[in-house]
Design a protein. Sequence first.
Length: 274
Amino acid sequence: MRRALLSFATLATLALAATALTVLAPGTALGTLTNVGTVTGDVINYGGTTGSTGVSGASGASGTSGTSGATGATGVTVNTSPIPQCPGSGATDPCVAVTQTTGFQVKVGADRSLATIPRSGSIVAWTISLGAPTAGQTTFFNTNEGGPAQAGIAILKAGKHLEYTLVAQSPTQQLLPYFGETAEFPLATSIPVKAGEILALTVPTWAPVLALHDVSGHKYGKYVSWRSSRQKSNKGCSTTSTQTAQQTAHSTVQYSCLYQGVRLTYSALLVSTP
C-alpha cells in the first residue's frame, strides 16, 4: 500500500478487523494512538518524499509528478524528517543502505526511548521512508546483498549483555515499488506488544533507509546512533554482507554493533490497550 490516510474511522475498522476490539467511539475504545520511532519535530509526507517540503534531491524530482507527487501535496504528516541517503551525490556522499540485519534506533539526541514501546497494546501498521537509488545502484545491491530490497518490523525483548529475544515480527514487504517515497503498511493481523519491548526493523536483503542528515541538511553526529544484530568478532561490524537478520521466532541474539551518526527511517503505529 503506497499511502494510507488513517483517519480515526479507518483505524477503528483496522483495529477491529485485526484484534477484534469492540469499537465504541473513535479515540476511546481504541486507546491512545502513538507513532513509535519518531521524535518531536519529525514531519514527512506520505507518497513522494518531497510533497510540500521539497527536500529530497534527485528523488524529489520524480516525487513531484504523477500519483506520488499528488499525495505528497495533501500535507498529511505522521512520520519522520530524516532524509534517506540514496541516491547520494558521489564518492563523498554515497548511496548507503541497511543490509542483511535487524536493527533499532538507540538514541536521537537526548531521546533514548524512541524505539521503546511506551505502553501495552497492538501495532496495527508500520511506516518506512525510502531513498531513491538509481537503476545501477539497485542492481549493485540486488547482486551483492541477497536479492531485491525488502523489510519488515520486529518486536524484541531486551535481556542482559545487549541480548534481545525476537517476540514477534511482521511479514516482509517488497520495497522497490516505493523507492523515493514514504509507504505505510497496515497489518492484516495486528501484533500485540508490551510496554518496554523494542520496535526494530528487519532487512533480510537491503533497504535504502539510512539517513545521515536531517531535513535541513545538518549531518548527524555521535548523538544519533542505532544498534545491529551483527557480532563484533572477526570485524563483524564492518562486514555488512553476511546474513545476520534475526528472523527465528524466540531466538536470542546479541546486538553488539553500534553505528553512530545515522538514523533509521521507520516507525510503527501503536494502538494502546484502553
